[in-house]
Design a protein around this ligand. Sequence first.
Ligand SMILES: *Cc1c(COP(=O)(O)O)cnc(C)c1O
Length: 414
Amino acid sequence: MGRDLTASTLAFVEGALSKKRYDPDQLRGTDPADGRTLLARYDLERARISLTKDAVTARRGGLWRWEELLPVRGRRFVTTLGEGSTPLLPPGRLSRKLGLDGLHTKAESTNPTGSFKARGMAVAVSRAVELGATHLVAPSAGNAAGALAAYASAAGVEATVVMPADAPLANQLEALACGARLILLDGLISDCGKLARLVCEKTGGFDVATLREPYRVEGKKTLGFELAEDFGWSLPDVVVYPTGGGTGLIGMWKAFEELQALGFIDSSRPRMFSVQSDGCAPIVRAFEQGAAFAEPWPRAATQAAGIRVPSALGDHLILECLRRSGGGAIAVPEAEIVSMQVYAARNGAGYLSLESAAAFAALPIMREQGLIDMAERIVVFDTGAGFKSEPPSIERPTVVANDPGAWEAIVAAL
Ligand SMILES: *Cc1c(COP(=O)(O)O)cnc(C)c1O
């Protein structure tokens, strides 16, 4: 038996607001009590028997090293493309330029499919298929589409993604190449969510939209596990996270609680900061107003597709995490996102996605406002690779004729 089963200690799923408990071994979307998110809960007493710091560090397998605290029970249902265990990059030239000597980057763009959406989809797809799903459906502003398509293909099930028609082309093509059905909608991600729910209703498909099932958060929480491990079983002072639906923030916060219960870390927490564009900043506005929930943002507009989320189902969980951690929320001017993408690339930080660039663009603002200190240990999430965003408008060189006689003049003019 041992070889067929993971060491998962999943005990029940619980309404994030209602606190009602449900059987976790049935395929479930949102909380029947209030339509909000269900969160997975584990038998942590049992988990700590086999899950020790040394044991987890000695294991291989990316995020699946944390199997006691993941929901998949049958080993054959673990669908992996190599996600997780991404590098935490030490401060470099960009850190010095920004005057932040303790600035680390969690390089999530090194995940399969080029973004951290891989973490959530790896776990959600594995678990949904284990519980009997054969057709998975999701709305996506960008990277979730490609990640769902890739993992559904790996698991051998059908996928349908619903995207705004102006979603980045790279994401659309990735989903199609992986064999997903792509529906392009003349609307925003929230409209796509409604159409995705209709697709599920009519086809019997299972909705894996952000926070509409319990397990994408479980994949994303491994970000928090890795941070603690990366910092020698402590946590950094500050986390800066480009926020759309907020699964990563919610997941990390949950991870910290689980790690503390296991005795891996103490009760101190990083100050958690959400970054959004000033063209779509519902969480920032709600944070500043002291509201518990965020009003939908009208006419949401930003080139950073992954954070163009006018209304997040987990708004209350995001806001609670920001407040309880002593963090905050920053809206960066849209123009600064695009210029930071190029600035970061030219200062050795690699070719970042626009979402990642938004997070970096928040740093000078946070410094100016006295929200961060130059000596603090700050982690910025590089959530996706630059080539997945719409390309920047950089002028390309004219094509050189394939005439060696003309080359010397060209080389001389460099
Ligand atoms: C989806 C996405 C985000 C936002 O993540 P959430 O967990 O939904 O807040 C940020 N960056 C990239 C590249 C994304 O694809």
